[in-house]
Design a protein around this ligand. Structure first.
Ligand SMILES: Cc1ncc(COP(=O)(O)O)c(C=O)c1O
Length: 396
């Protein structure tokens, strides 16, 4: 049951089917007392689950000291967070903001200024078809999905889209004299949990180096441990020039970051970019605690192990089912391709007490928290596989 107060809200989201009032670990409880397993983590956000006692404690302690001062002044925890993130990622410095879209806006501005500093007055950023980078006008223009563009033209100029996982297309696009950056998700999330061929990112790195183009990785969804590494690019041996993160960084407290190294880390000078709330003490305290817990509790290894367990179980139950095209995943970023539109599977899982999502029309997407027990991981895999079988038996 959900309250009727939503009538005062704009209609940009679909009508909610349920309202939750509390959570604990991987469980959510609705206002009418039903328990759900959260296999979506607020779309890859609550990696440490709900109501984590140490995050609560960190937030309460910080709120009792200082919530906000603005970036006119030094913010100690912001500096600490930047230091931790740069160590974990191999980047040199960080800019903090409040969301994934904003992190990508910062990346886009860095790329454009990098171009202008090299005498390129009409810089092009190469992006991918099937990508998602956010809803603000810059990030939307970078996004390679006509459906989310609809009704919002004119989009920003200076973006060109190529096929994902196609090295030949990347090679010709990057050769253009005014190309300044390539923006890409190591795994496309909204696009359908699309995992590119092995070595793809490394090859893109080489092409960017050959053409003096910045490699900008959008790890807003795949970052902060989701795939079994701190960042998905770490499954290969390369470093990007620019790295954007958000979602899981604050475990639900809004925070995003744009990290950079090399020439890209020297582009922004005083007055060229900023954010009132970005990197405020409250958000940074949450993020610092998130990193500490992931490290201390070896959650990267847990995510990798749980992911393997879930893919194995899903494959056991689905590999011979007509209509299931593929089960795939990296860590706890999992997708099941169905051969037809399958949004109904969300409702079937919901009725069985499991929260999931369908993206790109026919991809069942699972993004459960990294703190799952083996038993809950099994329960999700079995419940979702049964829901898929049930859906396919009805929709022949
Ligand atoms: C890869 C990627 N980039 C950017 C975004 C936008 O993030 P936000 O909704 O925090 O603006 C998303 C959101 O789903 C995403 O998956």
């Amino acid at each position: 049951m959900h309250t009727n107060t939503t009538s005062s809200l704009m209609s940009n989201y679909g009508r909610p089917t349920i309202t939750f009032e509390r959570g604990e670990g991987s469980s959510l409880y609705s206002i009418d007392g039903r328990e759900f397993i959260d296999a979506l983590s607020g779309i890859a956000v609550c990696g440490l689950g709900h109501a984590h006692p140490e995050i609560r404690e960190a937030l309460c302690t910080q709120a009792g000291k200082l919530v906000h001062t603005s970036n006119l002044y030094g913010i100690r925890v912001q500096g600490e967070l930047a230091e931790n993130l740069t160590k974990l990622s191999g980047m040199r410095n960080a800019f903090f903001c409040n969301s994934g879209a904003e992190a990508n806006e910062a990346a886009i501005k860095i790329a454009r200024k990098y171009g202008h500093q090299r005498g390129i007055s009409d810089p092009i950023i190469v992006c991918m078809h099937g990508s998602f980078h956010g809803r603000t006008m810059g990030a939307l223009s970078a996004t390679g999905n006509a459906k989310v563009h609809e009704g919002f033209s004119p989009l920003l100029e200076g973006f060109e889209h190529i096929e994902y996982d196609d090295i030949d297309e990347a090679s010709s696009a990057l050769e253009k004299a005014n190309c300044v950056a390539l923006m890409v998700e190591p795994i496309q999330g909204e696009g359908g949990v699309v995992i590119p061929s092995r070595g793809y990112l490394t090859r893109l790195r080489e092409l960017c180096d050959e053409n003096n183009v910045l490699l900008m990785l959008d790890e807003v969804q795949s970052g902060i441990g989701r795939t079994g590494k701190w960042f998905a690019f770490q499954h290969e041996k390369l470093l990007p020039d620019v790295l954007t993160i958000a979602k899981a960084l604050g475990n639900g407290v809004p925070i995003g970051a744009c990290l950079a190294k090399g020439a890209a880390s020297e582009v922004l000078s005083p007055g060229t970019h900023g954010s009132t709330f970005g990197g405020n003490p409250l958000a940074c305290s949450a993020a610092l605690k998130v990193l500490e817990i992931i490290q201390r509790d070896s959650l990267l290894d847990r995510a990798a192990k749980l992911g393997r367990l879930m893919v194995r179980r899903l494959n056991d139950m689905l590999c011979d089912v007509d209509g299931v095209v593929e089960v795939r995943g990296k860590g706890l970023m999992l997708g099941i391709t169905i051969d037809r539109p399958c949004a109904e599977i969300v409702n079937i899982c919901f009725e069985r007490g499991i929260l999931i999502n369908v993206t790109a029309g026919n991809i069942v997407r699972l993004l459960p928290p990294l703190i799952l027990s083996d038993e809950t991981a099994e329960a999700i895999a079995i419940g979702v596989a049964e829901a898929v079988v049930f859906f396919l038996s009805k929709s022949k």
